[in-house]
Design a protein around this ligand. Structure first.
Ligand code: F6P
Length: 325
């Protein structure tokens, strides 16, 4: 293996730079050249790339975002686009491609396989943590801390006004971030797809009323996973107001994707980046480099979207139990 490519694709996640650094340093130690493509797969199509040398990645371990920029690539849904990606990779003599991204990026990578004769490997980088084959994805730990920092601040003002807040967190169609942030912030209620596929306004109202009966006027925070209510947190706040429950909405949004990666993300990113290069050298193909029980391992790329990974059921049960008090 002489030359490999790398790209960051889909929603950026804190730690992607740390991962790029580990990839470049590991490849360099093994005398392999690294080509970094910009803007995800678009950079392969548009031939936007640069050779990445150790000095390019020095001092970036602490940086949020991604040195290579990221994007979602519509052309990966077409045979022409896939062929173009493969042709350009062949023209550049890329022996293997590393894709740092989430579920959608991995699906594109699998689609590319019939067209490309090199090796393909994924590395899970998304704040959503919705990838099977790795306990955690790069960026999740930082996004959790960012959400927590915001919710703790919301708690202060909620306490001062004895108010109800609905805080909407990201996570795409899953509640990994919502559950983790809700538990760690001591939220009174968590609304996420793993607890109920549909949001039940009667139940939410009853929970709030019950809490106020037991504790009197008090702050009350509902952490809600995005996509759980048409119109988001503001629409839910309006619906609660119609039921006589005054509430405020706060959508945390893209701040959850930014910021300097926390230590856990830097370490995970370094481990998975280094491991992925080593595995490419050993011939791994159509696999994802993940970490389970603190051990790096390979997982079939085709199964990363199986949705087998569970949100912590013990904590979910406990949350439901205490939600009325
Ligand atoms: O996958 C990461 C993520 O931030 C999701 O949590 C969110 O649903 C989505 O990306 C937002 O995408 P965009 O930045 O394109 O609005």
């Amino acid at each position: 293996m002489k030359r490999i490519g790398v790209l960051t694709s889909g929603g950026d996640a804190p730690g992607m730079n740390a991962c790029l650094r580990a990839i470049v340093l590991t490849a360099h130690a093994n005398e392999i050249e690294v080509i970094g493509f910009q803007h995800g797969f678009n950079g392969v199509i548009e031939q936007q790339y640069q050779t990445l040398l150790p000095y390019h990645v020095s001092g970036i371990i602490q940086d949020g975002g991604t040195l290579l920029k990221s994007a979602r690539c519509q052309a990966m849904h077409t045979t022409e686009g896939l062929q173009r990606v493969a042709d350009n990779l062949h023209d550049l003599d890329i022996d293997g491609l590393l894709v740092i991204g989430g579920d959608g990026s991995f699906r594109g990578t699998i689609e590319l396989a019939p067209y490309y004769k090199g090796k393909l490997l994924g590395i899970p980088g998304t704040i959503d943590n919705d990838v099977d084959g790795s306990d955690f994805t790069i960026g999740f730990a930082t996004a959790l801390d960012t959400a927590l920092d915001a919710i703790d601040k919301i708690r202060d003002t909620a306490d001062a006004f004895e108010r109800i807040f609905i805080v909407e967190v990201m996570g795409r169609h899953t509640g990994y971030l919502a559950v983790a942030a809700g538990i760690a912030a001591g939220a009174e209620q968590i609304i996420c797809p793993e607890l109920a596929s549909e949001l039940d306004l009667d139940k939410i109202t009853a929970h709030v009323e019950q809490a106020r009966k037991h504790r009197g006027n008090c702050s009350y925070i509902i952490v809600m996973a995005e996509t759980m209510y048409q119109g988001g947190a503001s629409a839910l706040a309006a619906a609660l107001e119609q039921r006589g429950i005054e509430s405020r909405a706060s959508v945390l949004g893209h701040i959850q994707r930014g910021g300097s990666p926390v230590g856990a993300d830097r370490i995970l990113a370094t481990k998975l980046g280094a491991f992925a290069v080593e595995q490419l050298i050993h011939g791994a193909h159509l696999m994802m480099a993940g970490e389970i029980n603190a051990k790096a391992g390979l997982y079939p790329l085709a199964h990363t979207g199986d949705k087998k990974k569970q949100v912590d059921s013990y904590l979910l049960r406990w949350q439901q139990q205490i939600a009325q008090y």
